[in-house]
Design a protein around this ligand. Structure first.
Ligand code: ADP
Length: 436
């Protein structure tokens, strides 16, 4: 991507430099030639002025001499031609000017006779060199009496033209190199946000792919989890219908199993609804302060039947009143899942301790049990949906495998962190650390 941008910029720079260079060379040469034209024409006019004074004083000018001295002072070839084309003096021919052919047909002479001024850019017919000829007519009483011509050697014009081309090309090359270097330096900087956007896009796409996979897996798991109790229920119903209902003892046993499975199904559906509810609503912690002690005590009261059935003692320890910001019901749901697990995985008659305190400005709520504990290698996977360390044990205690997944979701809503400490056979401590 960066290479393409650099290539494009370099191409753009080169194209614009080439166009500018060509135009600049053309216009420089044009203005140089125009300047030379007018300079040579000025010479012609100045010379004419001088000669005109001779005519005014009825002196016949020594044109061969004038050609020589004006050529020395201007550095150019000077020719005097009469209106019939006869050469009256020429600095290059010197005394041999009389041998020069008639100049009447020369372009600059013709133009001067017609308009007073003439110009021609051509090879000399008398000498080998090419000249830029500029001529001006000298008039007396509205009649042309003399044509003064100044010629500049094209060779020297060519040298200057080459100099203009060379120097313009050199400036253009230096400019191109500087522009390319600056372009390359800034290309990286300019491309940075594009790279970052690209990277962000890749991350988002990867996250979307992962989320889609998790969703697919979840749907497959849900289907499987719902199917198990349903298959069991329909199986026992069918057996009862087939005659098993006649035996009161079998009937009671089967109906109990059906009731247990139905309750499990209900719990599963409730947990799935809670998860999708949290995922869809994504509430922010805008609700009023939660009294942590009050919420935990209410939760314990709700699950008292399970606590009593296991003969577990639930102790609480709140040194002072603690408040956190967030959704009251969600907080209770989180505590319920943690305390319920602590009770479920405690040994009969065990002790569960719930504490809340504030350390370094952060509220820490812990649920500790002295139950079966969790092996270290299983801890990282505990919060996955439907993950159970021991599937049959979870089944026996009425687990859905979604409790800790719900805890993780709610903790994320509160922007809280969860820590698990556990030793197999000795118990576990789940700690939730809230930011505020
Ligand atoms: P479940 O409904 O199976 O309890 P959870 O998501 O609540 O599902 O917990 C996942 C698994 O983590 C449980 O099956 C259990 O193996 C383990 N677990 C959770 N809490 C405890 C605990 N306090 N003591 C021991 N194991 C636990």
């Amino acid at each position: 991507m960066k290479r393409k941008v650099v290539q494009f910029s370099v191409a753009l720079i080169i194209i614009s430099v080439v166009i500018t260079t060509v135009l600049s060379i053309k216009s420089n040469i044009k203005s140089f030639v125009e300047e030379k034209d007018s300079e040579l024409l000025n010479y012609c006019k100045l010379i004419n002025n001088t000669i005109e004074e001779d005519y005014d004083q009825n002196i016949t000018p020594d044109l061969s001499y004038y050609a020589k001295i004006f050529s020395e002072s201007t550095g150019q070839r000077i020719t005097f031609i009469d209106p019939k084309g006869v050469v009256l003096g020429d600095s290059m021919a010197g005394d041999d000017y009389k041998n020069l052919s008639n100049h009447l047909e020369r372009k600059e002479v013709q133009e001067s006779l017609k308009t007073g001024e003439g110009m021609s850019n051509r090879q000399s017919k008398s000498f080998k060199e090419s000249f830029l000829y500029v001529a001006a007519a000298l008039n007396q009483n509205d009649e042309t009496v003399l044509i003064t011509r100044v010629a500049m050697e094209i060779n020297s014009l060519q040298i200057i033209r080459n100099f203009i081309i060379k120097s313009t090309l050199l400036y253009a090359a230096v400019g191109t190199i500087v522009a390319v270097l600056i372009g390359m330096f800034y290309a990286g900087k300019l491309m940075k946000p594009v790279y970052e956007m690209e990277k962000q896009l890749e991350i988002t796409m990867e996250e979307n792919r992962k989320a889609e996979n998790i969703r697919k897996e979840f749907v497959a798991n849900v289907t499987h989890e719902l199917k198990t109790p349903l298959t069991s229920i329909s199986g026992f119903v069918e057996t009862l219908q087939d005659g098993a209902a006649e035996d009161p003892e079998v009937r009671t046993k089967f109906l109990d199993i059906i009731a247990i499975e139905a309750a499990r199904l209900k719990r599963l559906i409730e947990d799935i609804l809670i998860i999708s509810d949290i995922e869809n609503k994504r509430e922010v912690n805008t609700n009023s302060d939660i009294n942590v002690r009050e919420a935990i005590e209410e939760t314990i009261t709700t699950i008292m039947p399970i606590v009593d059935a296991k003969g577990v003692t639930v102790k609480t320890d709140f040194a002072y009143e603690i408040y956190i910001g967030g959704n009251y019901d969600r907080f209770k749901q989180l505590m319920m899942n943690l305390i319920e697990n602590a009770v479920k995985y405690s040994y009969d008659g065990g002790v569960v301790t719930v504490t809340a305190c504030k350390i370094d400005g952060k509220v820490r709520v812990s649920v500790k049990d002295e139950g079966i504990g969790i092996a270290e290698e299983n801890i990282p996977r505990l919060f996955e949906r439907f993950y159970r360390v021991d599937k049959s044990r979870s089944h026996k205690v009425g687990g859905t495998g979604l409790g800790l997944a719900i805890v993780k979701h709610i903790a994320a809503l509160f922007e809280a962190e969860i820590k698990v400490e556990s030793k197999l056979g000795q118990g576990s401590t789940f700690t939730v650390i809230f930011k505020n």
